[in-house]
Design a protein around this ligand. Structure first.
Ligand SMILES: *Cc1c(COP(=O)(O)O)cnc(C)c1O
Length: 644
């Protein structure tokens, strides 16, 4: 087949997974065995002159036989126990963010695991470190970053990726102060800095507020321009490091700020949507920023960050001269799969630069929704228009234009978290972080990078630029293999994720049209991606507390717990609470339909909803004998009646 034809080929998703009934067992077994046999071949042929350490005659020894018997017996025991696990492979599982995994990733992972490469340094992972960087490059391209400028790598998950983003944002935020102190010590004058409002000024004449409001790009340029002003750039690098927050820590850095700038400013804050993932709280605590400096921006009734409220908050912060370390926008919320109008967030950032003189790092937490950006690329790697994107999913009207715009705006961020172990359908651990500007690495490197330019190529040392140490090269190979089979465009991942959205929308419509009387099933609005949530009311529930309790009971009956094994369950869901403190007024339409007031909601502390995460591309595909959506509705109805 010609290259051109191959590019147009649409992947049959039936070929991607082992399948709910292990339909692809034959090819899976063949490839797994191939991987294993090939590994054996490799061992046998590495210095064959060495001979065998374990000889056949020794295998009859009692100590040998016993050990192998224990191994075999215990494996059988383990295999038995694993059956108490959760059947993520089935379209009947619409609970948490887990599902069947691509065969490519499982086989790639297994094959590589036998070699156990450690991606902390290329010396112990020559193949998989290269793969990790290739994967980072592919993700950056999907985000829309300039691949020549970006820096990215895999992490153990979204939490660590988010951590690195804020670690970098914080170090970038305070870098101008360190550069200023270094410049003073070196006696350098005349370094010009562009300010957010378009003007420029001399570094040594800026006040603290201006120093903490230099755009991330300009900050990185500033460090480079200091080097140009001195004879010995290494000395400049060293001095900037010497005065950096990373070296001094908040307590000493803060002490020096107040000593040198008089009244020091209120603490720097991090802006997140009020429903943001709980990892942000952990991260602010661990970076010494402080959980109290997390500022929550309300969400609208589609659960997207309210950008008017964001603008208002920024005005308030500017009035108090309170610097913003970073602003986080969420692409695919963990609870509802809501996609922020990142394009509007970007506009707010531009307005605040112009009108308020504010600058800050913009991060997209796309741990869940990042892979959805694949829908906006054609097989030629070019961006598709909204109309072209929409046409791929007809007759479904998906994505909404706002979702398309949110995804397309990823290119304007400074960093993005994407979890391959979520909508990349690959095994744990695999998160990823991408930065638009690779120079940020130097701000978190544990040793000055110039020490390492001599001799070795820099790719050998990625462990120095990242938070983690030892990392499985097998995970990188799993992601890499999966991207080979399913490219990050409309015909690969775009198609897979489109099918999950199609399933979620079909589920949403059918629940909406279902006859639930005497119950009342109150759906959250149509999801942006693929998570469907609903509350359950009944005329006999006098209070929201009673309504929430009933939801809890439904959830227990439809999930694995101490009392309930997987085999006793027909369909699996999960549950979440839309808590008052986080959701505020965004759930008023839901309360109205349930017949409760805002006061009821405040008293109950939140409203509980059943949450269905649709990752299975076959949920609405009707490829098998079972109509899973109909089956789910029937099962839910039965459980509701039984629990009343
Ligand atoms: C899952 C998730 C995270 C955390 O990712 P882990 O891989 O579980 O560490 C962060 N943010 C969002 C939006 C998520 O959905």
């Amino acid at each position: 087949m010609s290259e051109g034809r191959e590019n147009e080929m649409v992947t049959d998703l039936g070929s991607v997974f082992l399948g709910p009934k292990a339909e692809n067992a034959e090819v899976f077994e063949k490839l797994l065995l191939e991987a294993f046999r090939d590994h054996v071949f490799w061992r046998r042929n590495f210095h064959p002159e060495d001979g065998f350490v374990v000889r056949e005659t020794e295998k009859h020894a009692p100590g040998y036989q016993h050990s192998i018997s224990v191994l075999s017996q215990e494996l059988l025991g383990l295999l038995g126990e694993l059956k108490a696990g959760v059947p993520f492979f089935s379209p009947r599982y619409i609970g948490h963010m887990t599902s069947d995994l691509t065969m490519a990733s499982l086989i790639g992972y297994f094959a590589t695991m036998l070699y156990n490469p450690n991606n902390v340094a290329a010396e112990v992972s020559p193949v998989t470190t290269r793969m990790e960087l290739e994967v980072a490059d592919q993700l950056a391209r999907m985000i829309g970053y300039d691949t020549g400028r970006q820096w990215g790598h895999l992490t153990s998950g979204g939490t660590v990726a988010n951590f690195e983003a804020l670690w970098v944002a914080r170090n970038v935020k305070y870098l101008p102060v360190a550069v200023r102190w270094a410049a003073e010590e070196l006696g350098v004058t005349g370094v010009q800095v562009p300010l957010p409002d378009g003007s420029s000024a001399d570094l040594t004449e800026l006040g603290l507020w201006e120093l903490l409001n230099i755009a991330p790009d300009a900050t990185l340029d500033l460090a480079a321009s200091l080097h140009r002003h001195v004879d010995d750039p290494y000395r400049a690098v060293e001095l900037v490091g010497h005065h950096s927050l990373a070296r001094l820590g908040y307590q000493e850095f803060g002490r020096r700020l107040s000593a040198e700038f008089g009244d020091s400013l209120p603490p720097g804050v991090v802006l997140v949507p009020s429903t943001a993932h709980y990892s942000w709280e952990k991260i602010c605590r661990s970076l010494g920023i402080g959980g109290a400096q997390l500022v929550h921006i309300p969400v609208d009734n589609r659960f997207r960050m309210d950008t008017a409220a964001l603008q208002e908050t920024l005005r308030g912060l500017a009035a108090r001269a309170q610097p913003v370390i970073g602003c986080v926008s969420v692409i695919g919320t963990t609870e509802e799969s809501a996609v922020d109008r990142l394009d509007q967030v970007v506009q707010v950032r531009e307005t605040s630069a112009r009108e308020l003189g504010m600058a800050f790092h913009l991060h997209a937490d796309a741990a869940w929704g990042g892979y959805a950006a694949s829908i906006i690329y054609g097989p030629d790697g070019k961006r598709r228009s909204y109309e072209e994107t929409l046409a791929s999913y007809a007759p479904e009207v998906w994505p909404e234009e706002g979702v398309y715009r949110g995804l397309a705006a990823l290119e304007h961020t400074d960093s993005v978290t994407i979890d391959p172990h979520k909508l990349g359908f690959v095994p744990y651990p695999a998160g990823a972080i991408s930065f638009r500007d690779r120079r940020v690495r130097e701000l978190v490197a544990t040793e000055a990078p110039y020490l390492f330019h001599r001799g070795a190529s820099e790719w050998g040392y990625i462990g120095r630029f990242i938070f983690e140490g030892s990392k499985p090269g097998a995970a990188a190979a799993g992601v890499w293999m999966s991207h080979q089979v399913l490219p990050l465009d409309a015909r690969g991942y775009g198609r897979l994720i489109g099918e999950t959205a199609r399933g979620a929308l079909a589920l949403h419509r059918r629940i909406d049209g279902g006859d639930w009387s005497p119950f009342q099933v109150v759906l959250l609005p149509r999801p942006d991606l693929n998570i469907v949530c609903f509350a359950i009311g009944h005329p006999s529930f006098q209070t929201l507390e009673a309504t929430n309790d009933f939801c809890e009971r439904i959830y227990r009956a439809m999930s694995v717990g101490e009392e309930r094994a997987a085999r006793q369950i027909d369909y699996f869901v999960t549950k979440t609470v839309l808590r008052t403190g986080e959701y505020g007024r965004s759930v008023v339409p839901i309360l109205d339909r349930l017949g409760f007031s805002y006061d009821d909601y405040v008293r109950a502390g939140g409203v509980s909803v059943i949450r269905c995460t649709v990752m299975d591309p076959f949920l609405a595909a009707r490829r098998g004998r079972t109509d899973y959506i109909e089956g789910f509705m029937r099962s839910l109805r039965e459980v509701m009646r039984a629990q009343l």
